[in-house]
Design a protein around this ligand. Sequence first.
Ligand code: SAH
Ligand code: SF4
Ligand code: F3S
Length: 440
Amino acid sequence: MDRKKLYIETYGCQMNVSDTEVIFSIMARNGYDRTEDISQADVILANTCSIRDNAEQRIYGRIDQFAREKKQRGDVLVGIVGCMAERLKEALLDTGKVDIVAGPDAYRNLPVLVEAARPGHPQIDVMLSHEETYADISPVRLDKNGVSAFVSIMRGCNNVCSYCVVPYTRGAERSRDPRTIVREVCDLHAAGYKEVTLLGQNVDSYFWKSEEGTVDFADLLSLVADVSPELRVRFSTSHPKDISDKLIETMASRDNICRCIHLPVQSGSNRMLEKMRRRYTREWYLDRVAKIRKEMPDCAITTDVIAGFCSETEEDHKDTLSIMEEVGYDYAYMFQYSERPGTLAARNYPDDVPPEVKTRRLNEIIELQNRLGLESNKRDVGKTFKVLVEGPSKRSADELCGRASNNKMCVFPDKIHRPGDYAMVEVLSCTSATLICKLV
Ligand code: SAH
Ligand code: SF4
Ligand code: F3S
């Protein structure tokens, strides 16, 4: 039988990138090959994100474009999968432009849905699961250079931060069997990969129990780091309330666990943190930062910040600026608060910070971070780093680029190394985004 062609666009977080690799794997077993050319596709999928309203608006725009593609060709199916599928369910079918809707725990069922879907007969599966981790599925790797891969270690989230839609779109938290994680990492290592990033919404609450005992995230990190000293290990995302001394000490004890922790603060104001239901205080957060700095003075700390959450005052906003300054973040993802239907905040607190105030506060946050990022890079000038080479730099074919353990992008003239090699470099100068280096 002829194999068909599947085209997928991926939106949202790294988890979705990893899920797209799982979907390709499931669909490959059922007669579908990957295409990057939408005009060749028999099935078009968008793996979607609901985290902010603008993420969803962008996808509605794509659905309209897919509809035009369908009108021209007739014989193509359009599916919406992922978080937006889970959040909007049948409402997506009401657009009349979508043939398949599948939530994040329904991907094993995708081949059946695709088979059954016909124009006018859309198919939907948005069941969430307490067990599904796709543990047995070997993802089809979509990274370009065969150097760095994502490995999903858990799914869902049990935290219910008041602004956040993820617990509703991804369901309850569940951890994946550590044996399947280590096996996947061993396979990646054998295939020549040099870096894995362990993924979960709150990796610090990873927990597995079996007859052989229990495995927490620090234990898992040790198991993965032991696969090979040549294999770098990263992870994301840490939750400040759960990041333990044991984890920080485990990191410090291994050279191949990268010196970078993504530790989203969201706000520097205790009043806002309480309202956001983050379940830590500014003081607790700063204590975690102090512990990280004590064990690993060279560790980068990055963050997420939300500007203009419900009832945020100028005072609260200043607390956010001051905690950013105090920590001196190496990098930050910064957002305006976007109300998500159904969340605790949407039900209980008015979205009352005027848009122009949100924008102004966000701009102040971005401006501050630009300075902090540049200062952080300047502190690295003169230092020597071991860089994992990714490929040619964007600027010039005579230059390579790669990341240091602290996740900073380094560029350097080099004709010897290849993607996947380690290179020692010295930092000569920097921009706000890049360390300019030479080989040593
Ligand atoms: N699990 C991670 C975050 C995942 S969502 C954690 O707890 O840190 C990624 C980021 O999107 C969040 O850290 C937050 O900064 C942002 N975000 C989530 N919901 C948002 C909303 N309703 N409006 C604006 N930003 C939001
Ligand atoms: Fe959302 Fe909070 Fe869970 Fe992160 S920890 S995914 S912000 S509910
Ligand atoms: Fe990720 Fe967006 Fe879903 S951030 S978990 S794809 S809502």
